[in-house]
Design a protein. Sequence first.
Length: 113
Amino acid sequence: MSKPVRIGIIEVSAQWIPYAIHDLARRHLRRGKQLSDNLLKEKRVYVTCQTDDDLDYILGYAGEDNLVIGTDYGHSDNASEIEALRKIRNEGKITARVIDKILDDNARALYAL
């Protein structure tokens, strides 16, 4: 039995998602089609987000099942976010349940853990 393909877009922030979804929706409308509200989930696309992304806004476009945290632990440059897990929990902009999905559940789904 074959396993479904999952796509991970890693090493970028998730700030581009609202633009891309909005643009795709417009293109679909011009062709008389409707873009799915759950596009990333249906296509099994996961995107890493950063702690300084506007997650509350992005979640409106991406949904809560396809964002994973990007920390760059292995790098020693300004993209490294050693306190990422603590920082995202302490901000208080999104619910604890959604934070748990971003920090744990979604990564497990992406990597089939």
